[in-house]
Design a protein around this ligand. Structure first.
Ligand code: CA2
Length: 166
């Protein structure tokens, strides 16, 4: 059993009362994961990541919604829908919108849903324009450069943050 799975087991055993809804949002081109540029973004497909997170969320007794969209307004809509549905936490990889989207930032600010920003690659080791994010200063936390593991770590962190609130 890997370290993350052991930690998940521990957290599940120590707190199996919590049942929260967590939405995972993925921005443009992430549907190409595992198909193009594996050197930069890894071999796992978005379907692999989804499947893995769904399993881990179930182990933690959480409901997980997982989306990818290439359109900025659709991501804004998904955040509004998350608000209407009383979603407790968002994990978001805004992809290229990280560096451009005031609209998605405003949606997260308006709904006040706590969120963690995830990037597969280390955005600080790439082109200078990737160093700026419209989300990092309002996020609960930011994870980058750890590939698909970053999503798992974000789920664990979300679980802990939600547990501390109860
Ligand atoms: O490292 C990340 O997760 C990024 O959010 C990925 C974005 C990039 O614009 C951000 O600066 C960092 C790009 C996503 C594109 O995804 C692809 C996946 C496979 C092949 C090509 C693109």
């Amino acid at each position: 059993m890997g370290k993350i799975s052991r930690l998940l087991c521990f957290l599940t055993l120590t707190d199996n009362r919590l049942m929260a809804t967590i939405t995972v949002l993925n921005g443009p081109n992430l549907n190409l994961l595992g198909i193009r540029e594996p050197g930069l973004y890894g071999n796992q497909t978005l379907a692999d990541i989804k499947h893995n997170l769904e399993q881990k969320a179930a182990e933690l007794n959480h409901q997980l919604n997982f989306y990818q969209n290439n359109a900025e307004y659709q991501i804004v809509e998904l955040i509004h829908e998350a608000y209407q549905a009383h979603v407790d936490f968002i994990i978001i990889n805004p992809a290229a919108f990280t560096h451009t989207s005031v609209a998605i930032r405003d949606a997260l600010l308006a709904t006040k849903i706590p969120f963690i920003e995830v990037h597969l690659s280390n955005v600080h080791a790439r082109e200078p324009f990737r160093k700026h994010s419209y989300f990092s200063d309002i996020a609960k936390g930011v994870i980058c450069g750890l590939g698909a593991t970053g999503y798992e770590l974000a789920l664990l962190a979300a679980h802990q943050i939600l547990a501390e609130r109860h």
